[in-house]
Structures are given as structure tokens and as C-alpha cells.
Design a protein around this ligand. Structure first.
Ligand code: CAO
Length: 325
């Protein structure tokens, strides 16, 4: 009731609501006690020891958890803000800024990509054996100076699959009049870098071992986080995998990177109950995969057969050894 009598513009009221502040508790410094935006920000700053709008806090300040009606205050424990994440305060002011070069490149590629009729196909993969194998090999790789994640296995299995389904490692010309089957498997991996999404590729995966691929990913990751990925690493990709699962998320819907014709998105590996061949419930490491393919040149049956083969290599990683060159 009291809030309704309080003088404040709609924008100031919105700012208060967004920050869970009752206007009745704020002292207005405007004409006739009108509450201004500054009053809300000052109120907020006093409550949280907070910072100026959209400024990055240099050292993490303990922020007191604010009691709500549902959670009455028990003990006031300081909650440390994570050091790497800038603490933001809602300002109520719109901000417009020009897109940078990387963002403009993404606009161009993704606009071209959406002209392609995408066919989507999803499945789940039981990585229980691969999780075991990787944990056995991780230390060995480390002793040789290489971090071994799951990506090298996903990439190698894709390359083994592409040997049997070369149409997925192809490109079509702009008018879609011809298709080129690429000799090399230059498998791109979507990479989350400080500059944004970049897709460097591991060249000639068909002749690399899992260890070679891991070494190459380590190199690309180091360059990516230093903002130093160059044209050679970022061009000539022929097929892409996007492991969004290393950040989180169960499913994704990937967008083809033209002129490529297929891409796979991998979700996070989850520990879930599944039935084994004796109908017993067992603990399994499950990951979802979502494929997108250019439906002008790839049909669903091909995508499904490729996915089955890729999955079989990952579910029985020993089988990969048989087919390694
Ligand atoms: N589920 C669960 N854990 C996973 C995982 C998954 N799908 N993928 C990787 N992990 C684990 C790794 O094994 C590693 O754990 P350990 O420390 O125990 O080895 C940890 O997560 C971190 O892995 P990583 O990210 O350093 O390495 P990676 O080779 O798995 O992935 C890269 C490399 C470049 C793909 C990844 O860093 C990345 O940038 N992912 C984001 C991709 C992205 O943004 N996609 C969206 C594109 S569309 O905008």
C-alpha cells in the first residue's frame, strides 16, 4: 500500500523490483521526496557493499546473502563472489555497442548456415568403458606432457566413421551443383575462447593416433586461450564436433559450418541407471549426441548409420585399436 503512494517513475520502480527492493524502505532525495535511480543504487550499494553499474570488481568482496520471506536469516555468512566472474548490478539503462570482428564473422557464417536445410538426428552413447579407459590412460599421457580428455576419442571415432561415410566429410558448392569428397579429415572443434566461439581444426585425423590428436588439441587450446589462433588452424575444416558438455547441458542443436555438411554436438556425460544384457540395473556413463546434416546431400539413413558406427567405437573403445592405421 505504502509503495503505491511513493513517488517514483516506472523505470525506477522496475529497477527496484529487479533488485528485490521495497520502495517504502528507500529515502527519496528528489523533489517532494521523489525516489530517484541514484537512491535505489545507493540503497543497493549500502546493502551489498556493491559496485558501480557494469564495473568489474577487482577483488572479490564478501556479499551478505539477503534474507527473504522464505529463508529467514539464521547466521550471516559472507558469500564470496567467484573471482573470475564480474559482479554486475542492474542499471536500468540500455546499452548499445558495435559488434566486434569475431561477432561479425559469426553473423556472416551463421546467416549462410541457415540457408542450409538442416536434418537433425540424436542418440545416446554409453561411455562407461571409455570413461574407464581414459582414466587408465590419463596419467600416462600426462607423464608425456599431454592432457587427455574425451575429445581425442570422439574425434578419432568420427574419423574412423568418415572412412566409411565419406559423404559426411564433403562440401557442396554455393549453387549446390557439385559435391567434393575431401581427402583429409580435418576435424574442427568448437572452442569457447576469450574472443568468443572459434572453430580450429585438427588436420589429417585419419593418420593421427588418439595421443597425437590430444597433443594437437592441447596446442590449439593454448593458442585459443591466448587469443593467438591463426588462419592455418581456423581454415580448411571438413567436419565439426562441438563439445558443449564440457561446460554443461544435456542436449544441443548444432548449426552446420558451411561449406561443411555435418556437425555433431555432445552433451555432458551423466551417471545414469541403465539395463545391462542380463536385465540388471547398472551405473552407466551416458552422453547425448545431436547431429545436424545438410539434407540436400545427406539423408537420415546415412546419418543414422554413421552415428551407429561412431557410437560403437566409443562404446567399445578396444574396437578402435583394430581399425587404427
Ligand atoms: N561431459 C563431461 N565432462 C567432460 C565432457 C563432457 N561432454 N567433455 C569434457 N569433459 C571434461 C574433460 O574430460 C575435462 O575433465 P578432466 O579435467 O577430468 O580431464 C574437463 O571436462 C575439461 O575439459 P576441456 O574443456 O579442457 O577439454 P576438452 O578436450 O574436453 O574440450 C574444448 C576442449 C575446446 C572442446 C572445450 O574446452 C570447449 O571450448 N568447449 C565448448 C565448446 C562450445 O562452446 N560449443 C558450443 C558451440 S556453438 O556456440
Amino acid at each position: 500500500m505504502k509503495d503505491q503512494k511513493t513517488q517514483a517513475t516506472p523505470a525506477v520502480r522496475r529497477l527496484a523490483i529487479e533488485n528485490n527492493i521495497k520502495l517504502s524502505e528507500v529515502v527519496g532525495t528528489g523533489q517532494d521526496g521523489r525516489i530517484l535511480k541514484e537512491d535505489i543504487l545507493n540503497f543497493l550499494a549500502k546493502q551489498t557493499g556493491a559496485i558501480l553499474p557494469y564495473e568489474v570488481q577487482k577483488t572479490p568482496t564478501p556479499v551478505m546473502a539477503k534474507p527473504t520471506a522464505d529463508t529467514p536469516p539464521k547466521e550471516k555468512k559472507p558469500v564470496m563472489a567467484p573471482p573470475a566472474i564480474p559482479q554486475l548490478v542492474f542499471t536500468g539503462i540500455d546499452r548499445t555497442e558495435p559488434l566486434n570482428g569475431f561477432q561479425k564473422a559469426m553473423v556472416k557464417t551463421m546467416t549462410a548456415a541457415l540457408k542450409i536445410p538442416h536434418f537433425g538426428y540424436c542418440d545416446e552413447v554409453d561411455l562407461t568403458q571409455l570413461v574407464r579407459l581414459r582414466s587408465e590412460l590419463k596419467g600416462l599421457a600426462e607423464s608425456r606432457g599431454v592432457k587427455l580428455s574425451y575429445m581425442p576419442f570422439f574425434i578419432k571415432a568420427a574419423s574412423l566413421g568418415l572412412l566409411q561415410f565419406p559423404v559426411l566429410n564433403a562440401s557442396v558448392d554455393e549453387g549446390c551443383q557439385s559435391i567434393t569428397y575431401k581427402a583429409s579429415h580435418n576435424i574442427g572443434l568448437a572452442m569457447d575462447t576469450p574472443q568468443g566461439l572459434l572453430v580450429p581444426n585438427v588436420k589429417s585425423v585419419q593418420s593421427l593416433s588418439v595421443f597425437d590428436i590430444a597433443e594437437e588439441i592441447n596446442r590449439l587450446q593454448a593458442l585459443g586461450s591466448a587469443g593467438q589462433l591463426g588462419t592455418a588452424d581456423l581454415t580448411s575444416g571438413t567436419f565439426t564436433l562441438s563439445n558443449i558438455g564440457s561446460i554443461g547441458g544435456t542436449f544441443a542443436k548444432p548449426v552446420i559450418l558451411p561449406p561443411e555438411v555435418a556437425i555433431g554436438a555432445l552433451g555432458k556425460i551423466q551417471v545414469l541407471p541403465r539395463f545391462n544384457s542380463r536385465d540388471e540395473v547398472v551405473k552407466a556413463h551416458i552422453m547425448n549426441v545431436s547431429w545436424s546434416a545438410d539434407h540436400r546431400v545427406i539423408d537420415g539413413a546415412t546419418m543414422s548409420r554413421f552415428s551407429n558406427l561412431w557410437r560403437s567405437y566409443l562404446e567399445n573403445p578396444a574396437a578402435m585399436v583394430l581399425d587404427l592405421k
